[in-house]
Design a protein around this ligand. Structure first.
Ligand SMILES: Cc1cc2nc3c(=O)[nH]c(=O)nc-3n(C[C@H](O)[C@H](O)[C@H](O)COP(=O)(O)OP(=O)(O)OC[C@H]3O[C@@H](n4cnc5c(N)ncnc54)[C@H](O)[C@@H]3O)c2cc1C
Length: 370
């Protein structure tokens, strides 16, 4: 078999590149995917109760990029949805990111109003103050508030998620967690927030339906690379695996999901409830809230973070630590030496957490240079 491009991985990155190369350059593309479905971690499907669920955990689309929004809108209609999250703190469900409403959910009205006044005076309405900054800078009652939020909302969740203390992670991650001085309970504030009306899988299927694209599922590219002739390759898999782990393994966190069906209208108040302090799991997600699907009964997933072990479970999150970035850079040098023939892109090949819009933007940017 002869194609112009071999694309390894049928996630967002691989399929956006396939679509661009096929439709804009008129080239023939073979996408090879080792899982039995397209969509990578954004894969969704209807479970046996007819509920649309996200197989690898809740995926909320949000972006400020008009370009990404317009591009994806060619392949789907949208269901408008703004994500909301509550965290169980001292027996109460509190909006996160922690904001002015959260103050009133955990403290007495008098004390909450005093803290609100202090926050408004020092930082102003609408600002997002990183918890680390507040812990460092604030004194008196605001310092006590910072310690409270750090301990009750952030610390336990972070420890479960990464199995590391916040100070052991790159400041680029921990430095971002804010107290939001606002009454806005939405988890994201991006301009565009919505879910593909009939799911991510259908949107990505439409992308892959160009006549120049063929998709081969259930196949590792190594099984077929000798049988397929190609001029160029896009590789969206693990970069350390591509180079046979010659510089050692890049660490990841993995997850385990327990899905369960409940014969009730809704299981919880919002799509996501976090459990920072109790239980070994981090969050429970209820998909009906996200998709807006109107069916009786509801499906939720309980999410347990765990160590990643090659061939036992899947790599989900690159671990954002300086030492890992250094190791990745060794692989990047290897990748650069192949750059005429192989494009490395996506969350596994770049060893970088991307939101879906970032993965799309990265792929659109790379396709322009082909
Ligand atoms: C739990 C979780 C929740 C998330 N929630 C959100 C969210 O709410 N909002 C958001 O914007 N983003 C979210 N994301 C991020 C989103 O999943 C990624 O941005 C997106 O999946 C990146 O796509 P990708 O194509 O780069 O990688 P992937 O989706 O991982 O696709 C890579 C594909 O390559 C395949 N592959 C690898 N090696 C080989 C090989 N050797 N041969 C053949 N195939 C191979 C893999 O099987 C995989 O399907 C979340 C991620 C996780 C893990």
């Amino acid at each position: 078999m002869k194609v112009d491009w071999l694309i390894v991985g049928a996630g967002f990155t691989g399929l956006v590149l396939a679509e661009r190369i096929a439709s804009q350059l008129g080239k023939k593309v073979l996408v090879v995917e080792r899982r039995d479905h397209i969509g990578g971690n954004a894969y969704d499907y209807y479970d046996e109760h007819g509920t649309l669920v996200h197989h690898y955990g809740p995926h909320l689309f949000h972006t400020n990029s008009e370009k990404v929004w317009r591009y994806l809108s060619q392949f789907t209609e949208w269901h408008p949805y703004s994500h909301q999250v509550l965290a169980l703190v001292d027996g109460k469900k509190v909006p996160v990111p922690f904001n002015l409403n959260s103050l009133y959910a955990v403290f007495t009205p008098g004390y909450a109003s005093k803290l609100e006044e202090l926050l408004l005076k020092h930082y102003g309405f609408g600002s997002k103050v990183p918890i680390f900054k507040l812990r460092r800078e604030a004194s008196g009652e605001l310092h006590v508030l910072a310690e409270y939020v750090y301990e009750k909302v952030f610390y336990g969740y972070n420890l479960k998620q990464w199995d590391l203390k916040p100070e052991e992670l790159s400041p680029s991650v921990t430095g971002r967690v804010p107290i939001y001085i606002s009454r806005d309970d939405r988890y994201f504030q991006d301009r565009y927030q919505a879910i593909p009306k009939h799911g991510y899988t259908q949107m990505l299927q439409r992308m892959a339906s160009h006549p120049n694209i063929k998709v081969l599922l259930d196949a590792d590219y190594r099984e077929i690379e000798d049988e397929v002739k190609f001029d160029g390759m896009v590789y969206t898999g693990l970069i350390d695996e591509f180079f046979d782990y010659m510089h050692g393994e890049l660490p990841y966190r993995s997850l385990h999901f327990e899905f369960s069906y409940h014969p009730v209208n809704t299981y919880q108040e919002v799509a996501q409830v976090n459990y920072p302090n109790e239980h070994p799991y981090t969050r429970i997600s209820e998909y009906k809230h996200i998709t807006g699907q109107r069916v009786y009964g509801t499906t939720v997933s309980i999410e347990y973070p765990m160590a990643y072990r090659r061939e036992h479970n899947l790599p989900y999150y690159p671990v954002p630590r300086e030492e890992n970035r250094k190791r990745y850079n060794l692989y990047l040098s290897e990748a650069e030496s192949l750059s005429k023939r192989v494009l490395f892109a996506g969350r596994l090949a770049d060893y970088k957490y991307y939101n879906m819009d970032q993965a799309v933007a990265r792929a659109l940017g790379s396709s322009r240079n082909r």
